[in-house]
Design a protein around this ligand. Structure first.
Ligand SMILES: [Fe+2]
Length: 330
């Protein structure tokens, strides 16, 4: 439930703050206000001020008011809350998703997923996997209930190539294919399997040196071999978490296999490649084409789709069609 203010700012809305959300918001000079509804005034009254410390006694009072659903945050302050909320995606989705619109949730979800995914690629899967793993089911549940969020996320994806940006683009584009592009509904469990595979299929690339990743052409035979080994590296890294479902692991190994047998690492073909593997393959190729890399101009969505259609012996035509429906919606 959200409530519009009666004051002069007609667009301002107020959302209830749960105890979980209050816990993750800063108490030392928060850059926003918290509000309580004043029945006598018929309006929202601030209970904390931006830049002012919330002292212990106040903290306790506000916490108790949160338990009774009496504390609110203004829609105007959502952006200022983003850095704090984005590190706690599960809480945000469980406690705030019903109150916020798809437009408001999209930037929060995107920045949260960036916060969760970047350390996996830049630091260590072992140390950072748990927080990512905890958030994924809540993410899928929220997107499944409100797939329109994906449309707003797709419009906000970064085009500049980095392993994190590509993982985010592949993940959300693939989920949009499943939730917005297909005629048949994809069940929750399959969506979850897709999410792990789409977001993490390239995790093995973080074991390769930057100079190899930065090279678009003129790769030596050894460098090509190392690139082609990355699905196996991804599989090894993610198997060690003991938390990734088997269908996701299979798809991760298969994400560079192609229907005509021209892919790697095994040269698998046709229906020996799983559906999620085919999805990852088509979406990963599409995203790679539309991203900007140094020295390489990105393709438009239309030209990238044309390329996939031209190479249709390599990709599942139904997946390309679903991708087209999602990407050329406007
Ligand atoms: Fe890959």
């Amino acid at each position: 439930m959200n409530t519009s203010s009666n004051n002069d700012s007609a667009q301002e809305k107020f959302y209830p703050v749960s105890t979980g959300v209050f816990r993750v918001l800063p108490k030392s000079r928060p850059p926003f206000s918290l509000y309580m509804y004043d029945r006598h005034l018929g309006d929202f009254k601030p209970v904390s001020e931006p830049g002012k410390v919330i002292v212990s006694s106040e903290k306790e009072r506000i916490y108790k008011a949160c338990e009774s659903g009496m504390v609110y945050i203004s829609s105007k302050d959502l952006q200022a809350c983003e850095p704090y909320l984005s590190t706690h995606l599960k809480i945000v989705l469980e406690d705030l998703a019903d109150s916020l619109s798809a437009v408001e949730l999209a930037p929060l979800i995107l920045s949260s997923m960036e916060t969760l995914i970047a350390p996996l690629f830049k630091e260590s899967v072992k140390l950072n996997f748990e927080r990512f793993n905890e958030a994924v089911p809540a993410l899928i549940e929220t997107l499944e209930q409100n797939p329109a969020i994906l449309e707003h996320i797709l419009g906000r994806l970064e085009r500049e190539h980095s392993l994190t940006n590509k993982a985010l683009a592949t993940g959300f584009t693939g989920l949009a294919v499943c939730m917005l592009g297909r005629e048949t509904k994809t069940d929750m469990q399959t969506l979850l399997h897709c999410a792990y595979a789409l977001f993490l299929c390239d995790i093995g690339l973080c074991r390769l040196p930057d100079f190899v990743l930065g090279k678009e052409f003129s790769l030596t035979v050894d460098e090509q071999k190392r690139i082609k080994h990355h699905p196996i590296l991804s599989l090894e890294i993610l198997t060690a978490t003991k938390a990734i479902p088997k269908p996701s692991l299979i798809a991760i190994l298969e994400h560079h296999e192609r229907l005509d047998g021209s892919g790697y690492p095994r040269g698998a073909s046709g229906d020996s490649i799983s559906w999620i593997g085919k999805l990852c393959g088509a979406v990963d190729s599409f995203v790679a084409m539309i991203m900007d890399r140094p020295g390489k101009r990105s393709m438009s969505r239309v030209n990238a789709l044309k390329t996939l259609y031209r190479e249709s012996s390599m990709y599942d035509p139904n997946i390309i069609y679903a991708l087209e429906k999602v990407m050329l919606k406007d």
